[in-house]
Design a protein around this ligand. Structure first.
Ligand SMILES: Cc1cc2nc3c(=O)[nH]c(=O)nc-3n(C[C@H](O)[C@H](O)[C@H](O)COP(=O)(O)O)c2cc1C
Length: 505
């Protein structure tokens, strides 16, 4: 029998009576940067001018329906550097450690980013790895990716993409610490990167489509991954007016020798079979259900009337989106101070901003997940648990009492959470997920939650608020605290609020 999303989630739930102290094996600490020794690298050009628009504006810009401009090397460099960047350095255990624009549970950074290019001027068509430690592209396979890719993904060859991004995750990087629970973090963290990429594409005015469904085996093979260790979780297509005209005539060359060896990240890697099992179970593609239930209707017995959250009178951002990307960090020094109504509205509005083009068919919320908020200390909003309707940008009261203190206890006694002004909750009904979407729906749910998590981090950074993602909580206690229906569970939580000293990167 294949593992279901619900079984995996329950099997990897934390229970305060059953927590065993896990001692990290520092001798097998995974490498956080992937490199391909001996392969050719191509430097990326500098970006001549960065955009000044704040995140709220980037989110509101409609995605162009048709590609009007060419994607050149500089645009590619800009997109990659905004999708993921090294932002801060510190000394940990006698070695340099780099923090990134993308948040990651335990700073383990399981994700990697690849790009296949077609017809980008002055860049050889090839499949590349974005080698972050070098800020360069490593050539994995020469030639054009499109015809080979079409065997694993439904591609419209009449309007082929210029760039195809692949977002992968290396299991051992996070299972080293989080063991069988780590698949959750592989998905959440990769979702964070996916939002980094989606916003970068949007900022550069590039039409794109993000997709979580494809033939796993074919895509992993194309990337030269050792799929026991590293797997593709999301793909993004970017369109320019320089797409190749006869894509089907183009093919990739043979993969460079020994590509798959680079998926190994430690000399001794411990296998966590449940991670492989849920990934294999979720390899079957999501069936297209005739009518999709709204997740918000399947989480709590009842909810109150909708209260619309109007846009703030003045957007309270204090820096551009580009600056927010480079300054984003987790902050836990929350202080017990009210979050003003404008910044609260800005957070909710930015969270509700969806794809503004139907072709961008990866809806953020309302399908495999719903988003809730625990309001602790917000001007003009009573403390309580609310659900967000992303279409109306409205909140519905579910439980009218302050729960942030109790939530801190449920989140493995992370007491600092008690002082956060608001906590965003990503929720799903796992039984419904399995029945309607199958286990692949679990990937959709956690990737979407991660995407919104990254967006909240950037929105909070833009307003000099503290922010921290929380993946560690006693699962059943969280469900009980929120009085969720039997099969509904919390997937992820992101806390936001004023902090004692704002210390962005
Ligand atoms: C999915 C996810 C889960 C996380 N869970 C926790 C958590 O339970 N407790 C915590 O203090 N930080 C948590 N974090 C924050 C990370 O530890 C943090 O992103 C990482 O250490 C990198 O630091 P930075 O965000 O300052 O760059 C989480 C982050 C993510 C993306």
């Amino acid at each position: 029998m294949k593992l279901t999303a619900k079984e995996y989630h329950l099997r990897t739930s934390y229970d305060r009576r059953l927590m065993s102290g896990h001692v990290l094996d520092w001798a097998s600490q995974p490498k956080v940067f992937k490199t391909y020794p001996g392969l050719k690298t191509v430097p990326l050009p500098p970006v001549t001018e960065w955009g000044k628009a704040p995140l709220s504006q980037v989110l509101q810009e409609p995605i162009p329906a048709r590609p009007e401009t060419e994607i050149d090397r500089e645009r590619l460099a800009r997109i990659l550097r905004l999708a993921e960047a090294l932002t801060a350095k510190s000394r940990i255990g006698g070695a340099d450690f780099y923090f990134r624009s993308v948040a990651s549970a335990g700073a383990l950074y399981p994700f990697e980013l690849y790009v296949g290019t077609s017809n980008v001027p002055e860049l050889e068509d090839a499949l590349y790895h974005y080698t972050l430690s070098l800020d360069a592209l490593t050539v994995l396979r020469q030639g054009n990716i499109l015809a080979d890719l079409a065997q694993g993904i439904d591609l419209d060859m009449t309007a082929p993409p210029v760039l195809v991004f692949f977002l992968t995750s290396i299991f051992f990087r996070s299972s080293w610490k989080y063991r069988e629970r780590s698949y959750r973090y592989d998905l959440l963290d990769t979702g964070h990167l996916a939002e980094g990429l989606a916003l970068a594409l949007k900022e550069s005015g590039t039409p794109f489509r993000l997709q979580y469904d494809f033939d796993d085996r074919k895509v992993n093979e194309l990337l030269g991954l050792d799929e026991i260790r590293e797997v593709c979780l999301a793909v993004a297509f970017a369109f320019g007016n320089n797409s190749p005209s006869s894509a089907d005539a183009l093919h990739l060359g043979e993969p460079a020798e020994g590509l798959s060896a680079s998926s190994r990240v430690a000399a001794r890697e411990i296998d966590h079979p449940t991670v492989r099992e849920i990934h294999a179970a979720s390899s079957a593609l999501t069936p297209s259900a005739p009518s999709l239930p709204d997740m918000m209707d399947n989480l709590v017995p009842e909810r109150g009337e909708a209260r619309t959250i109007a846009p703030p009178a003045r957007w309270p951002e204090e820096m551009s989106y580009v600056e927010a990307v480079s300054r984003r960090r987790s902050m836990r020094n929350f202080m017990s101070r009210e979050l003003d109504a404008d910044r609260f509205a800005a957070l909710v509005r930015m969270l509700c901003a969806g794809p503004t083009d139907a072709a961008n068919a990866q809806p953020l919320a309302g399908t495999t997940i719903a988003v809730g908020i625990l309001v602790g200390n917000v001007e003009g909003v009573d403390p309580g648990f609310y659900l967000i309707d992303p279409e109306l940008c409205a909140i519905h009261l579910v439980r009218g009492s302050s729960l942030t203190g109790e939530m801190a206890r449920v989140c493995l006694e992370q007491e600092w959470l008690r002082n956060s002004a608001v906590e965003f909750l990503f929720l799903s009904n796992l039984g419904l997920l399995d029945r309607v979407w199958g286990p692949r729906g679990y990937r959709h749910a956690l990737l979407s939650a991660g995407r919104l998590g990254q967006r909240i981090y950037l929105a909070a950074t833009s307003m000099r608020l503290g922010c921290c993602g929380i993946g560690a909580y006693y699962d059943n206690e969280a469900a009980a605290l929120l009085r969720l229906t039997e099969e509904a569970r919390l997937l992820y939580l992101v806390a936001v609020g004023p902090v004692r000293k704002w210390t962005g990167a």
